[in-house]
Design a protein around this ligand. Structure first.
Ligand code: PM9
Length: 458
């Protein structure tokens, strides 16, 4: 029996949810074109689509919201956020943005030229798409262990340093405007990156004079994994570990909707003053004045409070413990998952679970649909719907190595009985999995197609 850590909070406000009946779920799904993003949230019982912007804010955050200063320029809220960002990230400059992808858009708009390459362990879909939208090519150089779901490497988000060196030498430094790393590695199972690896990545980029930016959405979960798993870090605080992580980089993009536990917001932070000035100009053009960046003053205050709560170790122990509990429930039912579980989600290996469905018929999509029909659970496909692209030279479809379904756990939202319910739904599906059928596209946009594509069962 796996351990469920008691929540380090009690519930002061509740939001009703309900399970509509099976025929109603079938109709809702048909109306949504079998795309879970197309469902009305009222028709979803347990929503594991994303951990982004779906967390429950604390009483401190709600009271900080009441203190929001809505001045157009120079708001007190901006300076409070600046202090929190500086305390944790330590870069010289920062601009707020309305969410993470806006920060990525500014970074890509300013630095990526057509034909250039951006290495990372693995880019998430919005980073990948922002680089491609500027004519660049994202390159994923994660260690090979990341592609072996049952390999229990403690830091499966690590970048392969040999691959990185080879990539830089073969591509040419002049074609690499900056390098990145994503912590934790969302596209690869929410897996952490070790401090040793971050340091080596930084040294490699610095040796070649390549600026280094961290996609920091889940930096606090990553820092806590370092504390738990990396020799020499057990006695350090998560805050100290986070500061050390960022000391190796030249800047970071952040979606505050994850580890800052807010419903909207993000920022772009950096050391280079020229880049900061250019970012301010981009921001003014697309987001807003540099002291509010597309957000209300109250949002800035909620982020400032959330950033500090996000590194609280009681919270992080509960957070990662809840994810591990769900992972163990699935393993007990022989559901293949990426092991060990990551921080924010459990990733089911749909390719292995449904071996009778080929990649071209989207096994991850098929399992996501089944979870909704069987139990009103909404999950997110992270497989060929999200990441299969035609090869630019041959036109052949290039499929990702893994077909995953992500059960992302919103922060401070669901309880142990919700986790037990999810385990029960999986157990039912497992008994009749041979009957699950594949899907085909009936509409797919050219980029980020998982958001708006429509499907039909095969
Ligand atoms: N991630 C997620 O669900 C939300 C969009 S996809 C449903 O995992 C990383 C590592 C992310 C990420 C968003 C972003 C973009 C950047 N990097 O959503 O624009 O996981 O705030 O952040 C989502 P925004």
């Amino acid at each position: 029996m796996s351990f469920y850590p008691p929540e380090p909070f009690r519930i002061k406000m509740v939001e009703p949810i309900r399970l509509i009946d099976r025929p109603a779920r079938q109709i809702a799904l048909q109306d949504a074109g079998y795309n879970l993003f197309g469902l009305h949230s009222d028709d979803v019982f347990i929503d594991l689509l994303t951990d982004s912007g779906t967390g429950a804010m604390s009483q401190n955050q709600w009271s900080a919201i009441m203190e929001g200063d809505e001045s157009y320029a120079g708001a007190r809220s901006f300076f409070r956020l600046k202090e929190a960002v500086n305390e944790i990230f330590g870069f010289r400059f920062f601009v707020p943005t309305h969410q993470g992808r806006a920060a990525e858009n500014i970074l890509a708009a300013l630095l990526v030229k057509p034909g250039q390459y951006i290495p990372s362990n693995m880019h998430f879909d919005t980073t990948d798409a922002n680089i491609r939208a500027r004519g660049g090519s994202p390159a994923n150089l994660v260690i090979e262990e990341a592609f072996d779901p049952t390999n229990r490497h403690p830091f499966k988000g690590n970048m392969d340093i040999q691959k990185l060196r080879r990539f830089i030498t073969e591509t040419g430094v002049e074609n690499i405007p900056f390098g990145m790393i994503t912590i934790t590695n969302n596209a690869g199972g929410g897996q952490p990156v070790s401090m040793e690896n971050i340091r080596k990545v930084s040294e490699t980029y610095r040796e070649f004079g390549i600026p280094f930016f961290i996609d920091a959405c889940r930096f606090a979960e990553n820092a806590y994994f370092i504390k738990m798993r990396e020799p020499g870090y057990g006695e350090k605080s998560t805050l100290e570990i986070a500061r050390e992580i960022f000391s190796f980089a030249d800047g970071a993009t952040m979606s505050a909707k994850k580890d800052a536990i807010v419903n909207i917001g993000g920022f772009f932070t950096m050391n280079d003053e020229t880049l900061y000035q250019a970012a301010c100009n981009e921001l003014i053009l697309r987001e807003g004045f540099p002291t509010y960046g597309g957000l209300a003053g109250r949002d800035l205050d909620a982020i400032a409070a959330g950033l500090r709560e996000g590194v609280d170790e009681d919270y992080l122990a509960y957070r990662l413990g809840q994810t591990a509990y769900l992972a163990n429930l699935l393993l007990d039912n022989r559901i293949p998952i990426i092991e060990p579980p990551g921080g924010h989600a459990v990733y089911v290996d749909a390719g292995k679970f449904l071996p009778h469905i080929p990649q071209s018929q989207f096994p991850g999509q098929a399992l996501s649909v089944e979870l909704y029909i069987e139990g009103g659970i909404r999950a997110c496909e992270i497989g060929s719907v999200m990441f299969a692209y035609p090869d630019p030279d041959t036109g052949d479809m290039m499929f990702p190595k893994l077909e995953l379904v992500r059960l992302a756990i919103p922060r401070r939202v669901y309880t142990q009985s919700h986790m037990d319910y999810i385990g029960g739904v999986f157990a039912k599906i497992a008994k009749q999995k041979e009957k699950v059928k594949g899907y085909k596209f009936i509409y797919a946009p050219p980029m980020l197609r998982h958001f708006t594509a429509r499907f039909a069962p095969i």
